[in-house]
Design a protein around this ligand. Structure first.
Ligand code: ADP
Length: 187
């Protein structure tokens, strides 16, 4: 079983590429954003706490997402591969993931990052807002906050995985199929 992290700013196409990877390789895909949106839809207490943060473009607390990831890792321990999408998003999450995986005798095989300039992030997210109707895609200030959060809190993770020799970056500006081909070539 291989463990991959799909990394990149909001709107880089992680979800789209993850879906194609699932179709081709039958990976188990875990998007923390999707898990949180499910909690919101189901109206759970966790969902209620997360909704206010997500709608403003802030991260939800590390303990919440780490707890969800722990469950997923324990429940899905067999198959072709495991694909993290939108996690880890802070250095603390990356460090906790490391110790969690060590505890379970597992390890991350590679981090695949989709690189996209900030101007294109705006374009992509505004386009997605028309299709998916996510509240956090609808407002310019929220999108800007997500981009700033990415640069401030998420990007430092790159160094963490570079030091482990696991970080690989791909140009995320091409078409869906072009980006997919680059990812599959890496895998
Ligand atoms: P995108 O990458 O396009 O912003 P996601 O679905 O990955 O979309 O995330 C949506 C929101 O969910 C984030 O802005 C954040 O508020 C919350 N979220 C998702 N994953 C995490 C995480 N690992 N840690 C903290 N918050 C998260």
């Amino acid at each position: 079983m291989k463990y991959y992290i799909l990394f990149g700013p909001p709107g880089a196409g992680k979800g789209t590429q993850a879906q194609k990877l699932v179709e081709k390789y039958n990976f188990h895909h875990v998007s923390t954003g999707e898990l949180l949106r499910n909690e919101i839809r189901q109206g759970t207490e966790l969902g209620r706490q997360a909704a206010a943060l997500i709608e403003k473009g802030n991260l939800v607390p590390d303990e919440i997402v780490v707890g969800m990831i722990r469950n997923e890792l324990i429940q899905h321990n067999q198959g072709t591969g495991f694909l993290f999408d939108g996690f880890p998003r802070t250095t603390a999450q990356a460090e906790t993931l490391d110790s969690l995986m060590r505890e379970l005798n597992l390890q991350i095989d590679a981090v695949i990052a989709l690189h996209l300039p900030d101007e294109m992030i705006f374009e992509r997210i505004q386009h997605r807002a028309e299709i998916e109707g996510r509240k956090d895609d609808a407002d310019r200030a929220t999108i800007q906050n997500r981009i700033d959060t990415y640069h401030g809190k998420t990007e430092p993770i790159i160094d963490f995985y570079r030091k482990q020799g696991k970080y690989q970056e791909i140009d995320g500006t091409g078409t869906i199929d072009e980006v997919f081909e680059k990812i599959t070539a890496l895998l």
